[in-house]
Design a protein around this ligand. Structure first.
Ligand code: LLP
Length: 411
């Protein structure tokens, strides 16, 4: 759990911008980028936090970007990223819908293909288009089954034994191979990492044997962050060291230099962000003490979707000393699963927090990744505002949506 903000500052931000509110700290993001500087390319998986102001901040630090939809390509362009074969955007997916195909062709955005069908569809309309191959090595790992992206249950990537067929398709359709990519899931540990590195070297050897050349390999994302006190932190130097060894082996197979990319989402932004909410009611239900806040799972979906743990803290409105109290923290949605203190499977787990009263702030930590970007309008709740803090400066980087805007879509 990281907290780059003082309680007084968070109170002032809630006063100024209202509640609930996403707040991000620019310095934390810059520090995480700096830790990965040994990689030739840091490609931000913007699905974790796709606000264009955050994307701009990343780009100022030399970070490139991954896009997984037409919307994310247009976001990257809006944030100033250069498109093109030697540009700063790569599109990663397992299929190309027609509109997205037209967009990647128009801007010549390199495509990281997760299926062989994509290669044929792209080659038919865009000769010489740069492509990566995303390979499913046959194993994966994730903080939850829903974030494991390898193995035979996963829809992601080209199955490892189809590498030869994918390379044939590249040659047949006149595409240009840039590199090989693997992302086996979120929350990768070092054991799985050495397995992935080994698999990558094996794939490079196969590609070379089949008469193909490539210029880059991507380590994918998946770097974990310490959500719970005592969780280990990623040692970025060690992480780089393992991949650098794989890169060197691959270079000796190919006989020339290879660029090494990494593609994190969570690692760069999770600890930069908090979700501020206001306590609006408290009540007792049998043994359980409920603290009801004005943010719901339409804002932060991770606990309801994966049983994810997020540290929480209470800031007393009147500055009083907080007595500990086991609390179930829940939101305003008309749905029983709208509980922030739960484990996978929906088991409600009371958490020892400072005793909250109506009017206090409830802060949910480490929400900079997969927070705002996974929000929805469920229960007809407008998207909430986002604020970026940079030293003394505080900037509204997304205003609050209105119900009128939602209704306008249906007019
Ligand atoms: N690259 C690819 C191809 C990916 O599919 C992903 C995540 C990443 C990179 C970045 O993974 P990260 O470094 O953030 O772990 N909503 C879930 C995470 C889903 C991740 C999907 N793909 C969560 O809240 O934990």
């Amino acid at each position: 759990m990281a907290n780059p903000f003082s309680p007084a500052r968070l109170q002032a931000l809630a006063q100024t911008f209202g509640s609930p509110l996403w707040v991000y700290d620019a310095a934390t993001i810059r520090a995480r980028i700096a830790a990965l500087k040994s990689f030739d390319t840091i490609r931000f998986a913007q699905k974790a936090c796709s606000n264009t102001h955050i994307l701009r901040l990343m780009r100022e630090q030399g970070v490139q970007v991954d896009a997984v939809s037409r919307g994310e390509i247009l976001r990257a362009l809006a944030a100033g990223y250069r498109a093109g074969a030697d540009g700063e955007i790569v599109f990663t997916a397992d299929l190309l819908d027609r509109e997205t195909l037209a967009t990647v062709v128009e801007h010549r955005v390199p495509v990281n293909a997760g299926s062989i069908d994509m290669l044929g569809q792209l080659g038919a309309v865009s000769p010489g288009h740069p492509v990566w191959l995303r390979i499913n090595p046959g194993f994966g790992h994730g903080h939850s089954n829903k974030t494991n992206t390898g193995g035979e249950h996963s829809k992601h990537g080209i199955w490892h034994s189809d590498l030869g067929a994918a390379l044939d398709a590249i040659a047949r359709h006149g595409l240009k191979l840039v590199g090989l990519h693997m992302h086996i899931g979120s929350g990768v540990d070092y054991g799985h990492l050495s397995q992935v590195c080994g698999a990558m070297v094996h794939l490079v050897r196969q590609a070379k044997a089949a008469g193909h050349d490539l210029h880059a390999i991507s380590a994918g994302g998946g770097l974990s962050i310490p959500y719970r006190e005592g969780d280990p932190s990623i040692d970025a130097a060690h992480y780089f060291g393992l991949w650098d060894m794989a890169r060197q082996e691959a270079q000796s197979i190919l006989g020339h230099a290879l660029a090494l990319e990494i593609e994190p989402g969570r690692y760069l932004v999770a600890e930069s962000g908090v979700l501020l909410s206001e306590v609006r009611a408290t009540k007792q239900a049998g043994a359980n003490h409920f603290v009801l806040v004005d943010a719901g799972f339409n804002e932060l979906m991770r606990p309801a979707m994966y049983g994810s743990f997020h540290a929480m803290s209470v800031i007393a409105a009147d500055g009083r000393q907080l007595e500990p109290r086991a609390s179930v923290v829940a939101g305003p949605l008309c749905e029983s699963g709208d509980v922030f203190t739960q484990e996978d499977g929906g088991v409600v787990v009371p958490r020892e927090l400072g005793e909250a009263r109506v009017g206090d702030l409830l802060v949910i930590h480490d929400t900079g990744a997969y927070g705002a970007s996974m929000s929805s309008n469920y229960n007809s709740r407008p998207l909430i505002a986002e604020v970026l803090v940079d030293g003394e400066a505080e900037r509204l980087i997304r205003r609050r949506q209105t119900v009128e805007e939602l209704l306008a879509l249906e007019a």
